[in-house]
Write a protein that binds this ligand. Structure first.
Ligand SMILES: Nc1ncnc2c1ncn2[C@@H]1O[C@H](COP(=O)(O)OP(=O)(O)OP(=O)(O)O)[C@@H](O)[C@H]1O
Ligand SMILES: [Mg+2]
Length: 1043
């Protein structure tokens, strides 16, 4: 029976997780009758609605019952619990299986969106897989017939880094299992353990075993289901004994790897990205789905890339083939996950279109045997023929022989009775039950270390019991009482745990790394119930004390993030350091929160990579940094923070800076390489494929800001500014000038200072950027064989400008002068100059590094050799508000903006004075000139003339005012720099009280200086202006008296 039907797609919206709650997230999804509507958190009007076959609201309206299961909180609640998910999806799978169809259920979604919760569940709150298995056995019990036999086989595998790992096999499988292709049945995993089961309890136990194996990956790397795909296959056979007929259904239940966001600045491309396996399977799955969706819409597709990844090979029949398939897309409704959730919904929408052709798998057993026999006879004769020709026998017959062996195996399988199989399995079960009972018994008697995995699904599967006496923890098990841990950075004899008189102590050996509750342990320490223990780089355990010490505490609270946050906090990196604490109930900045989470997630990965690098003798040091603690855009607003990894070659001192995405990608390839190394394989690769290799590049050292405001007033600026690195630390001092000039490059004099910038409107503006020298460059202090180069952008000109590289000197003389011309000043440009800075980037050059790419576009040059800048007003994002680090700084910022308003008022006063001046000048001219007086000019025109014809004096009070303004803007530049510095000044490790005291004293002093400076700027300006006004009044009075 053939039935063409499309893949059914369901969407489940989960509850907020702790991170989202901490961030004060808003829900951006609504659900109604299978429609899911999502809106852009930045623009509520930008909504998208998707329609699916089924949709589930598991976001709100639930409570936890006494068994720990989440259920609707009342009769009106629309909360979709695990039972309901099973009822709709699991039951559907079972119905199809009973009919003899293959059935597949895939869970797709972003990391942490609830795939494992939906498919497997947590603890008592069981998901679709356990519920489906339980219901299957229940149904079998109810449908017993004397001439019908039911057979259930269970297998569980994981695809990690494209390798297939049998989660039920105890054998080591270096390199993983092979995926082979059978011309009739398609791809399958060779030698995958398939366990005959008689009860649900057996399946439950198998899943536990599988998860245990998953949590202790052979690579020693902290495995996480986020990056691996798990496929559980239940083969359900109904054997009709009388009819010699078998109805068979393969039920594939797939918990896919998280569709991890690959947020990257986009500025760098990793040459290793293309060949990367990190998500090869997931990417290929996407491509397969897209191709199939195209086909379904009647478009021509030449090739569906099933063969490109392990996962798609194994799912070939589920997608576009012989299977009734459903996909459950899990999503987070939080505003901070908008992009990922939208991507998931789009993915799910595409999947809806795929058409499958499921057939009932009904086979007369006898006929199957006959077919296999005939096929084998054909293969044998073919082999004989080829052998007789005597040419290239080996190669050609190899594949035929393999098919032959395979068929024989299949025949043997058919001939082996269910009873015989059960007999073998029962022996294994007995052994396993013994282990389980033993473990349950031990829990009642001893304290233990319980594993904590980055993936909550894989936590608490491993229990190391601490019996009386001394137990040695380490890689080697050759001690009378030992706990063997094959983790990174774990020595043979790593630590000793002593249990005497119910008191448990832990003592590290030699240099072995042990951390307890985030703190490095150097001597013997006592363990207390719920202590957090990290052995080596990343073997993470919760110490669970004697049963009498247990309360009804929730152990899941101590998850991987808890450990890592604790570790980061002890090392001085906590939420406060990022300005993340809520002050005055202000909402935590979600982007900062995201960095915090990135930091604690990437930190253990960096430790692992350092360990791999050490074991493979790569001589590289990896360090985690937070970029943009000190960096700002041209308005002085903080840029989005990002975690980056600094890589230093310990021998050559070369430095690279990798984005988080690049690091994670590289780590994945390193793990693969390490796995080969552990398996004793050759790991030499050419450098282009070596994840530890990268071409030598220039490194961004720091940024300096020179405010452009003074250009509005034609005031020359002579500056010593600091280059600050991404940690907020000074890297070098830059001496440079920003000089308004004539078209020929003559600096404008003081008497040409403008009071009202609008006088520049529609005029030509020329100015020079004079970069004189860079002093005290730390990059060169560390290694004198290096160099530097400065790059900067002028206004919003598309191409950056740069200085010549200077090598081998701590104080680099540069002496570069570039002149820029704005042909016609607009109001937008004046506004821009008022609020923006020239941003200069200091780049560190190192031996052998490639030259930094220079601008290649057309640059217009004036006759005088000046570079033309056409200022185009950019579309500024609306969210350009500065978030202040703390209240004191906010106050100062408010003061600063008030001051700017005051200046605007003063400018108004000046405009009035200028107008008066025009009248007065007119009167004066009328009084003094004869009949042939020159043509009258407006004051504005005179001013223009003053520009072209240097030396034409302005009214004396105006010059005075200009001078006052110059002093003011020079000081304001200092004030702004101080404010930037203040915002980025990070407190030291809070445990160090002395340092904290020094910091506070310094901070108080800097704030005081800042306040004083601000005050004195305003006062000087006010005094100067009132003096000028006074003088002006006296003169007006005087002139009216002489009239
Ligand atoms: N519908 C839900 N209701 C309540 N809690 C949920 C729900 N879905 C997920 N969670 C919780 O969210 C957390 C992450 O869920 P889960 O482990 O299922 O994510 P995942 O999609 O499997 O992520 P990964 O890709 O990392 O494996 C878990 O603590 C889980 O209990
Ligand atoms: Mg998961």
């Amino acid at each position: 029976m053939l039935s063409a039907d499309s893949v059914k797609v369901a969407v489940r919206v989960r509850a907020f997780n702790q991170t989202e709650k901490d961030a004060g997230s808003c829900c951006i999804i609504s659900e109604a009758s299978n429609n899911i509507t999502i809106w852009d958190p930045r623009n509520r009007n930008n909504t998208k609605t998707f329609t699916f076959d089924l949709s589930y609201w598991s976001h709100s309206g639930f409570v936890k019952n006494e068994e720990g299961i989440l259920i609707p909180d009342g009769p009106t609640s629309r909360y979709a619990d695990q039972r309901r998910m099973f009822g709709d999806l699991g039951q559907g799978v079972l119905n199809n299986a009973w009919k003899g169809y293959n059935a597949t259920l895939l869970a797709y979604g972003q990391t942490g969106s609830g795939k494992s919760y939906t498919m497997v569940g947590y603890g008592r709150d069981r998901g679709i897989i356990p519920l489906t298995c339980e219901e299957l056995f229940k149904a079998i019990k109810q449908n017993q017939e004397h001439d019908k036999q039911y057979q259930i086989y269970f297998s569980m595998l994981e695809i990690y880094n494209e390798r297939v790992i049998d989660l039920l096999s105890k054998n080591k499988q270096p390199g993983g299992l092979k995926v082979r292709e059978n011309p009739q049945t398609g791809f399958y995993v060779e030698n995958l353990k398939s366990v005959p089961c008689e009860s649900y309890e057996q399946i439950e136990q198998l899943m536990k075993e599988g998860n245990k194996k998953r949590s202790t990956a052979s690579t020693n790397i902290n495995a996480t289901s986020s990056r691996s795909h798990m496929i559980i296959t239940i083969r359900f056979k109904q054997v009709f004994l009388k009819e010699h007929l078998t109805k068979q259904s393969d039920i594939n239940l797939v918990d896919l790897a998280g569709s991890e966001r690959q947020k990257s600045s986009g500025s760098e491309a990793d040459h290793l990205r293309e060949g990367t396996a990190i998500n090869l399977s997931l990417t290929t799955l996407g491509n397969v789905i897209s191709a199939l969706a195209e086909i379904a819409m009647g478009r021509k597709v030449l090739h569906v890339p099933y063969r490109n990844s392990t996962l798609t090979k194994l799912l070939q029949s589920a997608l576009g083939g012989n299977s009734k398939t459903m996909m459950i897309a899990t999503v987070s409704p939080a505003d901070i996950c908008y992009e990922e959730t939208l991507a998931t919904l789009r993915y799910a929408e595409r999947t809806k279109n795929i058409q499958n052709k499921a057939v009932i798998n009904e086979n007369p057993t006898e006929r199957l045997l006959q077919v296999l026999k005939a096929e084998n006879a054909r293969l044998r004769s073919k082999i004989t023929k080829i052998t007789n020709t005597g040419q290239r026998v080996e190669e050609e017959t190899k594949e035929l022989r393999r098919s032959l062996a395979e068929n024989e195996l299949q025949m043997a399988e058919i001939l082996t009775t269910w009873e015989q199989r059960l007999e073998v399995a029962r022996k294994e079960w007995e052994q396993q039950y013994l282990t389980v009972t033993q473990e349950q018994h031990m829990i009642q008697l001893f304290p233990y270390l319980s594993n904590v995995n980055a993936d909550p699904q894989l936590s608490a599967f491993v229990k190391h019991f601490i019996q009386d006496g001394e137990t040695v923890v380490g890689q080697s098990g050759s001690f009378p009482q030992a706990i063997v841990i094959k983790g990174f950075g774990i020595t043979d004899k790593h630590a000793t745990i002593t249990n005497r008189d119910s008191k448990v102590t832990l003592e590290p050996h030699g240099q072995a790394k042990v951390t307890l509750n985030g703190v490095l342990v150097l001597t013997k320490v006592q363990l207390r119930h719920l202590d957090r223990v990290i052995l080596g780089s990343n073997s993470t355990y919760l110490y669970v004390g004697y049963p009498c010490e247990h309360n009804s505490e929730d152990l899941t609270k101590y998850d991987y993030d808890f450990f890592q946050s604790e570790l980061a906090a002890v090392e001085g990196f906590d939420r406060d350091a990022l300005g993340l604490t809520c002050r005055n109930n202000r909402k935590v900045d979600p982007s900062v929160l995201a960095v915090f989470h990135d930091y604690i997630r990437v930190k253990p990965m960096v430790a692992e990579v350092n360990q791999i690098s050490e074991e493979l003798n790569k001589n590289l040091l990896f360090e985690l940094e937070v970029k943009n603690l000190a960096l700002a855009d041209s308005r002085g607003h903080d840029l989005i923070k990002e975690v980056t990894v600094k890589v230093t070659n310990k021998v050559t001192h070369q430095v690279w800076v990798w984005s988080r995405a690049k690091f994670v990608n590289r780590k994945f390839i390193m793990e693969d390489m390490y796995q080969h190394f552990v398996d004793g394989e050759n790991i030499s690769v050419d450098r282009e494929s070596d994840p530890f290799w990268d071409p030598i590049e220039a490194v961004h050292l720091g940024t300096a800001y020179v405010w452009l405001q003074s250009l509005n007033y034609c005031i020359a600026l002579e500056e010593h500014v600091e280059f600050h690195n991404s940690q907020g630390i000074e890297e070098a001092i830059l001496q440079m000038n920003l000089v308004p000039c004539t078209t020929t490059g003559q600096p404008l004099g003081e008497d040409e200072i403008l009071i009202d910038p609008t006088e520049l409107l529609d005029q030509r503006l020329d100015f020079q950027v004079q970069i004189i020298q860079c002093l005290g460059i730390k990059w060169l202090k560390q290694n004198s064989k290096r160099g530097i180069q400065i790059w900067y952008r002028v206004l919003n000109h598309p191409y950056p400008f740069h200085t010549q590289p200077v090598w081998n000197t701590v104080n680099a003389r540069i002496d570069q002068v570039l002149q820029f011309t704005v042909k016609s000043v607009s109001q937008e440009l004046l506004n821009y100059l008022q609020n923006h800075a020239l941003v200069l980037d200091l780049w560190g050059l190192q031996e052998g590094c490639a030259e930094m790419a220079s601008s290649s576009g057309d640059i217009e040059i004036t006759d005088e050799g000046s570079i033309v800048i056409d200022y185009v007003s950019p579309q500024l994002p609306s969210s350009s508000r500065v978030e202040m680090g703390n209240d004191q700084l906010s106050e100062l910022s408010v003061k600063l903006s008030k001051l700017e308003q005051e200046i605007e008022l003063l400018r108004d006063v000046n405009r009035t004075l200028s107008k008066e001046n025009v009248t007065l000048k007119g009167t004066l001219q009328r009084m003094t000139s004869d009949a042939s007086r020159p043509e009258e000019k407006s004051f504005h025109q005179m001013n223009i003339q003053a520009f072209g014809c240097r030396g034409t004096p302005k009214a004396s009070y105006e010059v005075e005012f200009a001078k006052a303004l110059k002093t003011f803007y020079q000081s304001m530049n200092r004030v702004r720099s101080q404010l930037l510095g203040l915002r980025r000044h990070r407190p030291p490790d809070e445990d160090d009280v002395e340092m904290l005291r020094i910091y506070l004293d310094k901070q108080t002093q800097v704030i005081k200086d800042f306040g004083d400076c601000l005050e004195s700027c305003t006062n000087t300006l006010k005094n100067d202006v009132s003096l000028i006004v006074k003088k002006k009044r006296e003169r007006t009075l005087c002139s009216s008296m002489t009239k």
